[in-house]
Design a protein around this ligand. Structure first.
Ligand code: FES
Length: 379
């Protein structure tokens, strides 16, 4: 493929055009080249360039173009050309570049798509082929596929171009010599990249060696990044799933506050109700002239925590209005019985040891447990 910086390019951009010498180019190839230049922001071919390309002549700015700086449409018939020097003009169809025209011209529909400048993917072309197959339309030709893929047209074979009748013969660069082996490898390459019509998902190496092309996303940086992202997502999902799976086998521990605790020495409490442990242990310490006991701060109606009202010398439940006296005995509201009392005893160090897992009750109509051992401390 030609390179814009190739030697011999003086004032113009060759783009994807084959370098001189080349054969005549048809309108489809020229349209493709214009579309390519439009996409890339390159200078478009001028009318003079197009005329030269159609006539198989060097463009005005190309090496050798000096002899045909003006557009040279149909050349007049030669007066008396030497039979050996001038070859008869070949028909255009016979001179279509194999890599471009291929096995047919590009349809107007495809030319329009190409002119829009959008590059088709191989999967999109496969879908288009399938659609045409369903609609019983003519399949895309190789030339059309090449144009849609946005691939540059293959350069014309190295055979010497047929001189245009009447044109003055000029010295032109020697055409590259194509050896038989090189031609064979080119032919094999053409076969291996031949479009097979059906997406060959998971094409095997053997199929690839047999010339069946894999139709799939191109191996470029964008697609590699997409693949990495997909695999990272799959890996993250599997990792999370495995962690959850193994977490299932681990024991679950429920941390609850201790039910047995010390609340200090009896001398630290005066007569009456002490609420300093209400928030931490949900208890009140109650001291009378002859005993100490601990009331478990839970209403016996539905379990709310009553409030201590020192001005009224009673506990009042905010939920349904149950009232208890300073020793937790119910006297108003729906509470069915006095509030429970927690087990108390003296620890070896002399502190009061409370255990709320063991409660003493006074159920309605039944004997009271408030005088049982452990329900109070004598002071
Ligand atoms: S929960 Fe205390 S009165 Fe209803």
């Amino acid at each position: 493929m030609a390179d814009e910086s190739a030697e011999g390019i003086q004032n113009g951009i060759l783009g994807h055009l084959p370098p001189w010498p080349r054969k005549e180019l048809n309108n489809s190839v020229i349209a493709m080249e214009q579309a390519y230049r439009q996409r890339k922001g390159l200078p478009l071919l001028t009318d003079a360039d197009i005329e030269c390309l159609k006539a198989g002549q060097p463009m005005p700015w190309e090496a050798g173009g000096a002899v045909s700086s003006a557009p040279a449409p149909a050349a007049p018939a030669p007066t008396t050309p030497p039979a050996a020097a001038v070859a008869p003009a070949a028909p255009v169809s016979a001179l279509a570049a194999p890599g471009v025209g291929g096995n047919g011209n590009i349809s107007e529909e495809v030319a329009k798509w190409v002119a829009q400048g959008k590059k088709w993917s191989k999967s999109a072309i496969a879908a288009e082929q399938a659609r045409r197959n369903r609609k019983s339309l003519a399949a895309l030709t190789e030339a059309e596929i090449t144009a849609l893929l946005g691939e540059p047209a293959a350069p014309a074979p190295a055979a010497a171009p047929a001189p245009v009748a009447g044109a003055v013969p000029v010295a032109r660069p020697a055409a590259p010599v194509v050896t038989a082996s090189a031609a064979a490898s080119v032919a094999r390459a053409g076969e291996s990249t031949k479009y097979v019509g059906t997406p060959a998902v998971g094409t095997s190496k053997a199929a690839a060696a047999g010339g069946v092309a894999a139709v799939g996303p191109e191996d470029n940086e964008v697609n590699r990044a997409r693949r990495r992202m997909v695999w990272a997502s799959v890996g993250a999902f599997l990792t999370a799933w495995l962690v959850a799976f193994f977490r299932f086998f681990l024991p679950r521990t429920l941390f609850e506050p201790a039910t047995s605790f010390k609340i200090g020495y009896p001398e630290e409490y005066g007569l009456g109700v002490d609420t300093k442990w209400q928030q931490k242990y949900r208890i009140w310490v109650d001291r009378t002239p002859d005993r100490m006991f601990v009331i478990y701060a839970r209403c016996t109606h539905l379990g709310c925590t009553p409030d201590w009202k020192p001005s009224e010398n009673k506990f009042k439940c905010p939920c349904h209005g149950s009232g208890y006296d300073s020793e937790g005995i119910n006297f108003e509201g729906p509470a069915p019985r006095p509030m429970d009392r927690a087990h108390v005893e003296k620890a070896p160090d002399g502190q009061i040891l409370v255990d709320v897992s063991k409660l003493y009750q006074w159920p309605k109509g039944q004997p009271s447990q408030f005088n049982d051992d452990g329900s109070f401390l004598s002071v």
